[in-house]
Design a protein around this ligand. Structure first.
Ligand code: AMP
Ligand code: MG
Length: 357
């Protein structure tokens, strides 16, 4: 391999890994993940602050933007280059881009990628995106990517993240979330100026702990959940998207737990970062509809919360399962907490369900 291009040299060493991860068995993919997530966040932010981001509706009527595709292409390209034997299972499919009406989107994607891949053609870029369109291989290992998690938040200038995880034999062994604009107070000793983007990068490796640093550059700080045991005082996060949240059930659960404070709405897996950083105590996902949940919407968040000392289960108290394709086999709905509050939250959800039935 020749010397890295100047762009790649920029990413390399930008965020040296936290010690316990650097020396572990997953040091190499962890370094790749840090680079991929930093690059993904930069690409998405570049598009977000531009005049208007081209987007279209998917068959499930959810929006997809040039940023979703551009990040998937760039991350796919980097992962394939570094770890050619590890497949990537990603959210977006290139097929929707091959139609006539998608020409403005294709152009915006290719233009956006000129920094990372000067001169890349539409065909080549579609090929990188397509590389992510595989089913999880049985057993594994494989990457899973949500290039923009919280696309509605991205379009509405709220929160979104770039989410990348490595799954092996049903366990998430590495999870990373790049969260532009979201900055836990505890990152980087509370210093606001890290000389880079305003945002946080969280990274966890199974057995190596959960860590965060400023997006751009900064010191790594260990993440740890809160130690609150009094359910009534919980600081709770829920989805910001009304269509994703059963407000009636949430009201019931809030009252059963005697919550003093109204839950805070927030898009995307950034909720798990704020829980793992100890700034919130509980994440409640109480969906309106019984839609299947996708592995890329949870894998990185689960690894980060668990490695920070927290617990993530479905509404019945079972751990989320990553051993059965792109859909989680668990029933929809998730409770994540600092661990101490898990039983109280599960009991309230079970009771609310009973009274609704
Ligand atoms: P959040 O910002 O927490 O609502 O999470 C965003 C994710 O919710 C998206 O990536 C979707 O995969 C998922 N989602 C989409 N539709 C629904 C729905 N009807 N109920 C719950 N979650 C959904
Ligand atoms: Mg997405």
């Amino acid at each position: 391999m020749g010397p890295p291009s100047s762009k790649e040299a920029d990413f390399q060493g930008m965020n040296l890994l936290p010690g316990p991860i650097a020396v572990g068995a997953y040091g190499a993919p962890a370094q790749t993940a840090v680079e991929a997530l930093g690059m993904g966040a930069r690409i998405a932010e570049r598009l977000r602050v531009s005049a208007s981001v081209p987007w279209m509706s998917k068959s499930d009527r959810s929006p997809v933007t040039a940023a979703d595709y551009a990040v998937q292409a760039a991350v796919g390209r980097l992962l394939r280059k570094r770890h050619p034997a590890l497949p990537m299972v990603a959210e977006e499919a290139a097929a929707a881009l091959r139609v006539e009406q998608a020409a403005p989107l294709r152009e915006a994607i290719v233009k956006t990628l000129q920094d990372e891949a000067p001169g890349a053609s539409e065909d080549v870029v579609l090929d990188w995106i397509e590389w992510g369109g595989v089913e999880p291989p049985e057993g594994g290992p494989f990457w899973t990517l949500d290039p923009v998690d919280g696309t509605r938040g991205f379009l509405a200038a709220r929160r979104y993240v770039v989410a990348l995880a490595l799954i092996d034999r049903g366990e998430v062994i590495l999870g990373g979330l790049a969260c532009p604009g979201a900055r836990p107070r505890s990152v980087d000793g509370g210093r606001a100026d890290d000389g880079g983007n305003d945002g946080v990068l969280a990274l966890a490796v199974r057995g190596g702990g959960a860590w965060m640093t400023g997006l751009g550059r900064g010191q790594w700080a260990p993440m740890g959940v809160s130690d609150l045991g009094d359910a009534a005082r919980s600081r709770v996060l829920v989805s910001a998207e009304p269509a994703h949240l059963d407000t009636g059930r949430l009201a019931q659960v809030s009252s059963l737990m005697g919550l003093h404070r109204a839950p805070t709405p927030m898009d995307s897996q950034v909720k798990y970062v704020l829980l793992a950083a100890g700034e919130f105590d509980l994440v409640l996902r109480l969906p309106r509809r019984a839609e299947k949940q996708k592995i890329w919407d949870f894998a990185a968040g689960v690894c980060i919360v668990e490695e920070a000392g927290g617990v993530v289960t479905d509404l019945e108290g079972d751990r989320l399962r990553f051993d059965s394709g792109v859909d989680l086999p668990n029933p929809p709905g998730v409770i994540a907490s600092n661990g101490r509050l898990q039983a109280a939250a599960l009991a309230a959800v079970a009771k609310a369900k009973k009274s609704a039935a």
